[in-house]
Design a protein around this ligand. Sequence first.
Ligand SMILES: [Zn+2]
Ligand SMILES: [Zn+2]
Length: 171
Amino acid sequence: MAKTVGFNSLLARLQQDFPEITFAEAESFYWSPANQHVMYKQGSRGNAAIFSLLHEVGHANLDHKRYRLDFELLQLESAAWEQAKRLAPRYGITIDEDHIQDCLDSYRDWLYGRSICPTCSSRALQQDDLPQYRCHNCHTIWDVTPSRFCRPYRRQKSTTPTMVFADHKAL
Ligand SMILES: [Zn+2]
Ligand SMILES: [Zn+2]
């Protein structure tokens, strides 16, 4: 990056360029499709925060709403980074490719961990239409709640849970 773009000046420009997105402070970075909010960590500065902000805008631009299976989450995360890379030059930013791969590797590691049978340690496949894994070896079935990266939340008891896409780097 030739000249460092400040987090706050980037935020101001993004707010101008994407009036359909509401930007708000939170404890971490995430995209909340239910109310079209990009949340950013309070007091952010530095390249990692700048990359995260562009990444969440990437989710917003691509209208990411939900995923069913773990591998779909990885695809959406990867797509959001691709979109962030497309946006970056407009703001004089170059996203470090190593940073992107680190982020995606963390997702891969996390997803891999979820797919290991707690009983016999075989690698399992996620059930096609259920948020569960089933071991082909010992037939153990286990639930995988989309915690940590994508947190389901309920706004009211009656509404169906929606998801947010959280950036692990900020958690
Ligand atoms: Zn993401
Ligand atoms: Zn097993």
